[in-house]
Design a protein around this ligand. Sequence first.
Ligand code: GDP
Ligand code: MG
Length: 163
Amino acid sequence: KLPVVAIVGRPNVGKSTLFNRLVGKKLALVDDRPGVTRDRREGDAHLIGLDFRVIDTAGYEDQDAQTLPGRMRMQTEAAVAQADVALFLFDARAGIVPLDEEIARWLRQSSTPVILAANKAEGNAGNQGILESLSLGFGDPVQLSAEHGEGLGDLFEVLLPLL
Ligand code: GDP
Ligand code: MG
């Protein structure tokens, strides 16, 4: 049975883009507008020498602001409970917002190991957000650009001992 990695994070941080990058097929819907992905997706990922099952959490992005946190929490906690590792993505360009901090609190209550990852980290536009993310308490983030395929070697290195 393949180990399971759940990609979690608030809407629009690039979860589906990373999922597509890891699975290598356009299985997850990606759109410029936040709120497009409706269903949770699962696929078989291959990363250098690692094979694992990956879950793209979604299905809450079309909720209104009032119901979003509750729906997100249910989706996130369900995926993380069945995962060997939670890959917690934030948008390095946007920096840390209250919803990221809220997700961090949920993840701390779970026994599943968490890897923090700074997406959209191509170039230098994410440097400030990466500094802000230290306050989440998950250590230095892995720096990724899901869109450009950068940082996947570093992701491999942090996943390897956990899978
Ligand atoms: P999700 O809601 O977390 O699944 O996010 P999506 O994967 O749908 O991506 C949201 C937006 O961020 C889309 O416009 C993507 O093209 C963009 N995006 C994803 N990854 C990157 C990245 O590494 N760099 C930049 N600059 N944009 C990205
Ligand atoms: Mg998505």
